[in-house]
Design a protein around this ligand. Sequence first.
Ligand SMILES: Cc1cc2nc3c(=O)[nH]c(=O)nc-3n(C[C@H](O)[C@H](O)[C@H](O)COP(=O)(O)OP(=O)(O)OC[C@H]3O[C@@H](n4cnc5c(N)ncnc54)[C@H](O)[C@@H]3O)c2cc1C
Length: 526
Amino acid sequence: MSTSIRSAKRKPGREKPDHEVVIVGAGLGGIGAAIALQRKGIHDFVIVDKWDRVGGTWHANTYPGVAVDIPSFIYSFSYEQRSDWSRVFAPGNELQHYAEDMVDKYWLREKLRLGTTITSAEFDEEANIWRARTDGGAEITARFVVAAVGGLERPKMPDIEGIDSFGGTLMHTALWDSDVSLKGKKVAVIGTGATSLQLVPSIADETGHLEVYQRTPIWVFPKRDSEVTGVGRAVLSNKWARSAIRMVGTVATEVGMSGMVAGPTWFVNANRRLAEIPVRRWMRSQVKDPVVREKLIPTYGLGCKRPSMSNDYLKTFNRGDVSLVTESIEKITETGIRTADGVDHDVDVLICATGFSLWEKGSIPSFPVRGRGGKDLSEFWDTQRYQSYQGVSVPDYPNMFTITGPYGFVLGSYIWMIEATAAHLSRAIAETKRRGATVCEIKQHEHEKYFAKSLRRQSKNFLFTSTCDGSNTYYINSHGDSPFRPSTHGEMYWQNRHYDLDVYRYSNDSVPARPKVAVAAAGENS
Ligand SMILES: Cc1cc2nc3c(=O)[nH]c(=O)nc-3n(C[C@H](O)[C@H](O)[C@H](O)COP(=O)(O)OP(=O)(O)OC[C@H]3O[C@@H](n4cnc5c(N)ncnc54)[C@H](O)[C@@H]3O)c2cc1C
């Protein structure tokens, strides 16, 4: 069809899309966004996910030991608190079930389109709708798009020479294959971040010999975990007691985590140094061998990268069948790993606990998103720095909202951010409808104001000081920015729910088809 015919037929802004909203992602973010829309009376939406089950992270990550590292009574929606967690830090599969239960409770199952990958999304400026393409070749149109695609979508394989030539079994923790037996095998784990902390003690009994390759040691706290039984369950069953516990945990997280990035410098430094002393002492008490012990203690400051909790991880290095390797990896060979000291380590199963591509081109979202004039979001962020208004919207991408955009997430429970950004976007969509508009776009100057404020606050952040030298922190991206929200959770919560609705521009303006489309159409016809 030629563009001129399309233009003549269409009434700008009048083409009826398939749905009011398409939500990409059926993790807790997509589910939270759907519930927020329902609360605003918006029911015409579809939730698309590439997996055949909901839960996102908690469906994808099934490695041994996977669990939350924020207590479950905090890592849960405020309006969907539970008393039936099996542990204080629930295992991953309980979170997946939690997601399933929410889907049933809020009548979302009929909205799901699972097993469907969105391969691109493009804003049609003539019709003011988004056109999303699926891997099956279908097109889904919607007035609004909510990208609830998470931040940890693309497992990151280490960039080590020879990895493709490895002849044994190669796995990433986010692509765990439970059919692979580790029993009696020589297993190597690359990486010592939060995932490794959970994985290593969970597999050490099974493996024949386990080698853990460490580039940067991680700060480890003792984990105040236990089964929730009897009295604990009775307490959590009481709404008031549960809320009180949640409140105490929230304040502690606020001070301990967001306070580390948002607090005044004197507070941050004092807090950090005070906390470091007992944690370091405890870490040392866990490891018998003095040489191994010192290798496991970070030299960078606490808080430069996400610390984690484990009662078993450090102790695992007391076992005779577990070794810590700190020599850097030179290459991966067909039979194992060669370290810089020339030693060849035989490996049967190589496990990459190397995290995810986060603030990198093509990661969030992992499919092309084209806004006004075909402007590619990933390209924009890559060349102009990661930026968005409160982590939710970006100028030139009208009617599109993200759950986890740059400068949206305050370190702490991710669920708080989901609730905040879902409330934000549902307000904007409801307001667009109320005004009878077909376009809702964050005003450029409001966006710039927010970005400038974030950068100003960020510049005082201790992450950029020598305290964090040697931390290899993923908190800082290749632009030298840390696109987390430098605020408290309270501020994040309040500002997303109470921003002035006029920060958005609402209109029915549409743009006639652009020449570049005409060229493509001409090509199609020739
Ligand atoms: C091992 C692990 C432990 C964690 N522990 C904690 C914790 O203790 N506390 C905490 O706050 N956070 C934790 N997190 C972060 C966690 O990711 C978030 O808490 C939260 O689950 C993210 O929800 P989400 O819906 O935003 O993203 P996700 O759970 O990542 O869901 C995104 C969904 O989008 C789908 N999707 C993406 N692209 C497409 C596409 N093109 N087409 C179709 N579907 C698509 C994906 O399939 C996925 O289902 C952890 C993460 C991991 C990996």
